[in-house]
Ligand binder design. Structure first.
Ligand code: ADE
Ligand code: ZN
Length: 327
């Protein structure tokens, strides 16, 4: 048997996880029924079958946002987060810094307090119930523009204690980081951490803008940074972590196959790579499945996997004292 088969996936931090992307078909169907929301099917197998064939990021986002219409109540958000935490604990997650997309839900008519109330109720007791330290990152939907981002940011200020940073996601190409300079400045003034999706489908210039104009401390994905040698040197010298999502990249056709994933080139270039699941209900598994996929494809050693896990803890927004508890 190949050596990697005997490698257990390591305890890890998960730094690129959309809590909405953890909605498994059973919760999707249950929430649709109790909230009277229509779905194209109520058969979990039929619903999940659609996930195998995304042409690109937008094709996924269209299904993802349509599904999220089922989430209406604080209870729905609590169950969403609790379900993730249970699966994450089984996958070896000790710390999660998860994105949530408040604009999606507010635009569906859900009060912001119910969204944040449900998610943070589950997250704040995750240490006790699952042995996981769990915090939230408020993510802006880039395709809704800068004005909408500023509006949701102001609306979220009464809940400031419930998230540790801001993020930027959704349709990338056509919505460069430069549009969000002002709202990231507001977040910095509030002492919030800052990350952004960049270089998933957008070019290396999107990564440069995220660093220069938004002041991001990590780059979410960052794959296309490899097209710019100066940028690669900069990321390596600064030790800026990349939150790489291998299965997501294959499912969304950012890479043609796992064999062609840039992970080995990233590691060779000395980049601080972390392994993450992105939207695990859609992309073939949780963070352990992502570790297993790259271990299998690239025949990583136990030390190689341990280095990736160490990177993940090092890249968290935490103190060294906290980190020692997770390792
Ligand atoms: N929203 C959920 N997953 C995403 C991804 N991988 N990229 C951009 N937006 C997202
Ligand atoms: Zn993502």
């Amino acid at each position: 048997a190949p050596a990697w088969l005997s490698l257990p996936t390591p305890p890890t931090a998960e730094l690129h996880l959309h809590i909405e992307g953890t909605i498994e078909a059973d919760l999707l169907v249950a929430a649709a029924k109790r909230n009277g929301v229509e779905l194209p099917s109520y058969d979990p197998a039929v619903l999940t079958e659609r996930y195998e064939h995304f042409a690109d990021l937008q094709a996924f986002l269209d299904v993802h946002y349509a599904n999220l219409a089922v989430l209406r109540t604080e209870q729905d958000f609590y169950e969403l987060a609790s379900g993730y935490l249970t699966r994450a604990a089984a996958a070896g997650v000790r710390r999660v810094e998860a994105f949530f997309d408040p604009q999606t839900h507010v635009n569906h008519g859900v009060p912001l307090g119910e969204v944040i109330g449900g998610l943070s109720a589950a997250f704040s007791k995750a240490e006790e119930t699952h042995g996981i330290s769990a915090v939230l990152l408020l993510s802006f939907l880039r395709d809704l523009g800068a004005q909408a981002a500023e509006e949701i940011f102001r609306a979220a200020m009464p809940y400031r204690e419930h998230f540790v940073g801001v993020a930027l996601d959704s349709t990338e190409v056509g919505y460069p980081p430069s549009l969000f300079e002002k709202v990231y400045g507001m977040a910095a003034s509030e002492g919030l951490h800052r990350v952004a999706h960049a270089g998933e489908e957008g070019g290396p210039d999107y990564v440069v803008e995220a660093l220069d104009l938004l002041g991001v401390e990590r780059v979410d994905h960052g794959n296309r940074a490899l097209e710019d040698d100066d940028l690669v040197r900069r990321l390596a010298e600064d030790g800026t972590p990349l939150t790489v999502c291998p299965l997501s990249n294959v499912y969304l056709k950012g890479v043609p196959s796992m064999a062609e994933h840039p992970l080995p080139r990233m590691l060779e270039a000395g980049l601080t790579v972390t392994i993450n699941s992105d939207d695990p209900a859609y992309f073939g598994g949780y963070v352990d499945a992502n570790y297993a996929a790259v271990a299998a494809q690239f025949e990583l050693s136990r030390d190689g996997l341990a280095q990736l896990a160490a990177n993940s803890f090092e890249a968290t927004f935490s103190t060294p004292e906290q980190r020692t508890q997770w390792l």
